[in-house]
Design a protein around this ligand. Sequence first.
Ligand code: PBG
Length: 331
Amino acid sequence: MTIGQFPFTRMRRIRMKSFARDLCRENVLTPKDLILPLFVLEGRGKTESIDSMPGVLRFTLDKLVSEAKKAHALGIPAVAIFPVVSKAKKSVDAKAAWDPKGLVPETVKALKKEIPSLGVITDIALDPYTTHGQDGLLDAEGEILNDETVEALVKQALCHAKAGADIVAPSDMMDGRIGAIREALETQGFKDTMILAYTAKYASSFYGPFRDAVGSKASLGKATKHSYQMDVGNSNEAMREIALDIDEGADMIMVKPGLPYLDIVRRARDNFQVPIFAYNVSGEYAMVKAAAANGWIDEKNVVLESLLSFKRAGAHAILTYHAMDAAKWLN
Ligand code: PBG
């Protein structure tokens, strides 16, 4: 018998007492790991619920600022803003996306004024602004025009940077957009604006409730995003995408969705020395809420376990609709 064998080695010794489990734990979750996504509505004094995302609200600007203050007080370092754009402001060329008086720049300005130390992340993509619900501009055949879309995204990113966004986050998956946005930021006075690249964004069915929340589901109809978002079967391709985005000037990279893609998070963490963020998306949230509402799972424990799993997989930060609840439970 050697020392490495039972009974000399008993793995349960370090699990036996709570203090030892505390000391031996390899990964921990804190509110500082979380980013709260917030949906912003036009108007004032209003909130709306979202059927497929129980517990998540759309807020008008004034209400959104109060919610962000609560998040900040709970220790959440940043929020990510997603606009609900009215039909009247949607167009084929998505020009509302870079309107300096638009919903997002107005929200960014209000947040930076009221809560200067709260990080503000904005989504760079055209889908809330297009009549067809695609993230890019279309040609006559309905195919997404890559390079023309990149030009539009650059205008959108500059508009958000001018409003004071700390981080712009392109979630559109066009080729070359990180380099183009980085160059524009660098040459036009925004050298410190960070870019969080949605690098490994999959053509996933887990985004359904989000599309309800921002109202892009109806615009999209039966169309898909398979010609630009990544194929669900691929992993090496995500590593190529990450290498390109780092080379083009991304500061952090994102894997999306989250829980079904923790293998990608781990590979990213092992292979690249940049901060890795992961998005615990709307469909993941909806499943937990539905099961919890039926009494089939313990919501608090399942949420905290899921979020800790992101850390164990190698994520530095997690975008999650559970952020407020999780921060409350952790405090
Ligand atoms: C679109 C965008 C999507 C999400 C964030 N930005 C949906 C999509 O690609 O259709 C999904 C987030 C979620 O499901 O929580 N640019």
